[in-house]
Design a protein around this ligand. Structure first.
Ligand code: NAP
Length: 289
């Protein structure tokens, strides 16, 4: 078994990508494996140079390096360039490093998997970090009618919208709001889709907005891979919900196809990811805090 891809980030220890990608390699009969490459910021240039000099297929990139890695690569696909973030690197046999962003298509595929067409829909996006940028780009280019970005640091919401607008000829209604803005209740009341792309809820307790604003008219998506307080609140008021696992699986499937040129065994990857997540949750519950 040779290591042919890996995850560059800090921290990476709890990633379920190895289990998911190793299941895909095994399904195709490839004696290859996916490694975890914990990489502090100071070591990122050396890590990328080592990848270039290796004979590996490439890598995934996660927090906090999705933007910092860009100047270390040879070129970017148009989506990664527009979003300003790379989550997948493909290494060619000549040692060229191409940066891709599979989060965008991964998110849009996850939405479609539950029958949601974003065209002409009103969307509220909580968060303005890297994941929100990918999601916002996908939605804007899918033709949403309106996009409201809600973020604790309002300047980040404003610059996200300005950056996204510069990537399209489309002209949707765009609005940046603070979480305590009095207009938020009306905006959520008339929305079709609400997405949590903040890390609020990872602790299993916190909510990124008041549950009183939720209703059965909404599809509520949380990019966190498990059932969060937001999703529980949304379900209890009759909203349709989706957690972040399907986006994780779909972005991983797209990365696998980019590295290998083979069709990703999505069912196998989804089942492996789900089992790994159950195992992690079991560990979390068993470990003292
Ligand atoms: P990031 O770039 O660090 O952005 C974090 C976002 O969360 C920012 O908008 C930040 O607001 C907000 N935030 C953090 N703590 C907060 C708090 N206490 N109160 C209010 N807002 C807070 O992270 P990211 O890469 O975008 O990831 C965000 C989430 O998406 C994470 O949970 C990650 O696991 C998930 N994700 C899932 C997938 C998937 O495939 N399902 C892919 C990527 C990411 P400020 O701007 O004000 O700091």
């Amino acid at each position: 078994m040779i290591v042919s891809v890996g995850l560059i980030g800090d921290p990476v220890a709890h990633s379920i990508s190895p289990v998911m990608q190793n299941a895909a390699f095994a399904q195709h009969g490839l004696a290859e494996s996916y490694a975890l490459w914990p990489t502090p910021a100071t070591k990122l240039p050396r890590r990328i140079a080592a990848l270039r000099e290796s004979s590996m297929r490439g890598a995934n990139v996660t927090i906090p390096h999705k933007t910092a890695v860009i100047p270390l690569l040879d070129d970017l696909d148009p989506t990664a360039a527009a979003v300003g973030a790379v989550n997948t690197i493909v290494r060619t046999t000549e040692g060229h490093l191409h940066g891709l962003n599979t989060d965008v298509r991964g998110f849009m595929r996850a939405l479609r998997s539950i029958g949601f067409d974003a065209t002409q829909r009103a969307v509220v996006l909580l968060g303005a970090g890297g994941a929100a940028r990918a999601v916002g780009y996908g939605l804007l280019h899918a033709g949403v009618e309106s996009l409201t970005v809600v973020n604790r640091t309002i300047e980040r919401a404003e610059s996200l919208l300005a950056d996204l607008l510069a990537t399209t000829e489309r002209d949707p209604q765009l609005l940046a709001l603070s979480p305590d803005d009095s207009r938020l209740a009306d905006v959520v009341a008339s929305a079709d889709l609400l997405i949590n792309a903040t890390s609020v809820g990872l602790d299993g307790v916190s909510l990124p907005l008041s549950p009183a604003l939720l209703g059965p008219h909404l599809l509520v998506v949380d990019l966190i891979y498990r059932t969060t307080p937001l999703l529980r609140a949304a379900e209890s008021c009759g909203a349709v919900t989706q957690d972040g696992l399907e986006m994780l699986v779909q972005q991983g499937a797209l990365a696998f196809e980019a590295w290998t040129g083979l069709p990703a065994p999505v069912e196998t990857m989804r089942a492996a990811a789900w089992r790994a997540l159950q195992a992690h949750q079991g560990e979390d519950e068993a470990s003292p805090r």
